[in-house]
Design a protein around this ligand. Structure first.
Ligand SMILES: C[S@@+](CC[C@H](N)C(=O)[O-])C[C@H]1O[C@@H](n2cnc3c(N)ncnc32)[C@H](O)[C@@H]1O
Length: 229
């Protein structure tokens, strides 16, 4: 199973020898690749929808790895028992949905050694939730795949000082490591924020709102960070 750059970046955060559950697995490409490449011996491929669940079963069967990958049907980590897995991978969905999934079963998340998350949006919300709920991000990556830049983060249990708000947007470890794609990433964040501001600028009421001030401040801080690169 050949993964694209996005899922390869997620895979590289999975420690060798761990038991992994891929939540929202769809075709199960990620757990199949992890097993085929002998990164893990045992994996769970989990999905809430019948279509992807059935496709995952078929793909796993065709790849000849059914004895090593358990396919589970249901919502997020509710399909797992405490202590059953070491690591979760959750990729290709929004940050808010990831927060919902991670919040649902504290008895399952308590036993985890790490989580690998690749949000399609809402990364700042996800990072804030992690820091407020006993997690800290220890590594992050940026990867280009088919012309789009993706954020990937690895978090472990632990308490640490809450990063500044602007680093929740950028990614504290991306900033700390001076990631090679950091400039493009901040340019993207600036582009998105400026688009939101332009959309609001035609309404006097919107310009008086807290959201407008928040976005304006975010743009100033992102521009200041760009000057430091
Ligand atoms: C866009 S696909 C991403 C597939 C794969 N993880 C990837 O990154 O390429 C999102 C998948 O998440 C599943 N999903 C959405 N909400 C879920 C939930 N609460 N629990 C489990 N799976 C979920 C969907 O059915 C879908 O198969």
């Amino acid at each position: 199973m050949n993964l694209g750059p996005r899922l390869l970046s997620v895979a590289k955060f999975v420690p060798k020898g761990s038991v992994v559950a891929d939540i929202g697995t769809d075709h199960a490409y990620l757990p199949i690749s992890l097993v085929e490449n002998k990164i893990v011996d045992k994996a769970f491929a989990c999905d809430i929808h019948a279509g992807p669940y059935q496709v995952a079963q078929k793909t796993i069967l065709a790849a000849g790895v059914s004895s090593q990958i358990d396919v589970r049907f249901g919502d997020g980590i509710t399909v797992l028992s405490p202590g059953e897995v070491d690591v979760l991978t959750i990729a290709g969905m929004g940050g808010a949905l990831m927060v919902d999934i991670l919040s649902k079963c504290p008895r399952v998340t308590a036993d985890l050694k790490g989580v690998v998350l690749q949000p399609m949006n809402g990364a700042a919300l996800l990072r804030s939730w992690l820091y407020q709920n006993g997690w800290k991000i220890d590594e992050e990556d940026l990867v280009f795949d088919e012309g789009r830049l993706y954020e990937v983060m690895h978090a472990v249990h632990g308490h640490t000082a809450m990063p500044e708000d602007i680093l929740m947007e950028i990614g504290p470890m991306l900033w700390q490591s001076h990631h090679t794609l950091l400039r493009q990433h901040i340019e993207n964040l600036l582009f998105q924020s400026k688009r939101v501001l332009t959309g609001m600028a035609s309404s006097e009421q919107a310009k008086q709102s807290e959201k407008y001030s928040f976005v304006l401040e975010k743009i100033k801080e992102l521009e200041a960070r760009m000057q430091c690169l």
